[in-house]
Design a protein around this ligand. Structure first.
Ligand SMILES: [Zn+2]
Length: 343
C-alpha cells in the first residue's frame, strides 16, 4: 500500500530548483527573470498564438456611470472568447486600465460575475453577490477602465453543452488537452497577455498604467499573469496566496483542480515563489480570516515571507495586507487607495 502521507513526502522532497531563498537577494532581478523564463516553458508559451488578437466590438450597454462594451476576440479555438470592457463616463483623458479576473465560482460562470452584463444566468448574479465578485463594475465606477475576460473552460470558453453546467468539468478539459501539450493555466495566461496588448491600444487607457485584480482562482490567474507580464504595474490578489504543495486535498488543503495545475511546477518553484517574484512591483493581498478554501494562518505566514522580501528590497510599503473577518470573499476595502497610489 502507498503510505497515507505520500503527498506530504512528495512535498518535502520536491526539487524546487528555483525556489526563493535569501541568497537570491543580491541578484533578485536575475532570479525573477529566470523564474519568468521557466514559467513560460511550463505554461507552454511556445504554443501561444503569435501576434495580436483579432478583436470585434459586439454591442454596448449603458451602466451606472460607465459603458459596457462586449468584445469578442479570436485567435484559433483555444485562444478565442469574449470579454467586457467597462469605460467610465466621467474621464478627463486616458485613465489606468485594470484586468479583472474572475474566480472559479459555481457553474463555471466566468466573467459575468465580475462585469455584470444585463443578460446572464441568475447563478452568475448569485455568485457575484455572495462573494462580492463585482470588482469590474466597482473599479469602473471608481474611474478605471476595466477589462473582464473569461478564463479557459469558463463562461463562453466552454463547449456549448457545458455552458452553465452543474458538473465540475476542469479536470476533464485538463486531461484531454494535455494530450496536445496544452495546460489550462497556460491557455488562460497566454490569452490574458494578448488581451493586455489590446487594452493598451485603447485610446481611453494609459498604456503604461495597467493593473490587475482577481479573487480566488482569479487571484491565482493574477499571480501567474503578473509573473509573466512586467507591463502589469500593480496587482490585487484576493483569497489566493497559498502554497500548492500543501493545498492539494490529499495534503490536507482545500484542493486544487485542473484549471490551476501547471505540470512540473513544483520541480522548479511553488506558487508563493511566483508571488515573491512580483516584487518590487506593488501587490495588495487580501486574506480572509474565515476562509473555507485556504487556511488563514498558513496563508498569513506566507504573506509574512512575501512582505519580508519587500522589506529586504527596501520597499516595504509596496505590499499591503487586508484581513477581513469573513469567509472566502472579495473585500476591496483597501483597493481604491492602493490603485490610487500605484497606478
Ligand atoms: Zn475547476
Amino acid at each position: 500500500m502507498l503510505p497515507n502521507d505520500l503527498f506530504a513526502q512528495l512535498s518535502w522532497a520536491s526539487a524546487l530548483r528555483l525556489r526563493y531563498t535569501p541568497e537570491v537577494l543580491p541578484h533578485f532581478e536575475d532570479w525573477s527573470c529566470q523564474v519568468r523564463a521557466k514559467l513560460s516553458e511550463l505554461l507552454r508559451a511556445d504554443l501561444w498564438p503569435k501576434g495580436p488578437l483579432s478583436v470585434k466590438i459586439q454591442g454596448r450597454e449603458e451602466g451606472d456611470g460607465f459603458t459596457r462594451d462586449r468584445i469578442e476576440f479570436e485567435a484559433g479555438p483555444l485562444f478565442s472568447g469574449a470579454a467586457y470592457l467597462l469605460i467610465p463616463k466621467e474621464r478627463k483623458g486616458p485613465v489606468p486600465g485594470i484586468l479583472c479576473l474572475h474566480g472559479h465560482g459555481g457553474y463555471m460562470a466566468g466573467k459575468d460575475m465580475v462585469a455584470a452584463p444585463t443578460e446572464t444566468h441568475p447563478i452568475a448574479r448569485e455568485c457575484a453577490a455572495a462573494l462580492n465578485y463585482g470588482y469590474g463594475v466597482q473599479l469602473a465606477q471608481a474611474g478605471y477602465v476595466t477589462f473582464s475576460p473569461d478564463a479557459f473552460n469558463f463562461g463562453e470558453r466552454l463547449l456549448e453543452k457545458h455552458r452553465w453546467t452543474e458538473k465540475h468539468v476542469c479536470n476533464d478539459y485538463f486531461v484531454d488537452l494535455m494530450l496536445y501539450g496544452y495546460n489550462l493555466m497556460g491557455i488562460t495566461v497566454g490569452t490574458n497577455l494578448r488581451l493586455i496588448d489590446y487594452l493598451t491600444t485603447r485610446p481611453e487607457v494609459c498604456a503604461d498604467r495597467i493593473g490587475c485584480v482577481g479573487l480566488s482562482y482569479g487571484g491565482i490567474q493574477a499571480v501567474f499573469t503578473q509573473a509573466m507580464d512586467p507591463r502589469i504595474r500593480a496587482g490585487v490578489v484576493s483569497g489566493a496566496l497559498h502554497n500548492m504543495a500543501t493545498q492539494s486535498s490529499e495534503s490536507g488543503g482545500g484542493g486544487i483542480c485542473g484549471a490551476q495545475i501547471v505540470p512540473g511546477l513544483l520541480e522548479w518553484f511553488d506558487f508563493d515563489d511566483l508571488a515573491i517574484s512580483l516584487a518590487p512591483r506593488p501587490v495588495l493581498y487580501e486574506l480572509m480570516q474565515q476562509d473555507g478554501c485556504f487556511d488563514f494562518q498558513r496563508c498569513r505566514k506566507i504573506h509574512e515571507k512575501v512582505a519580508g522580501v519587500y522589506q529586504s528590497l527596501g520597499v516595504p510599503d509596496r505590499t499591503g495586507l487586508d484581513t477581513p473577518d469573513t469567509d472566502h470573499r472579495y473585500s476591496g476595502k483597501d483597493v481604491p487607495a492602493f490603485f490610487g497610489k500605484y497606478l
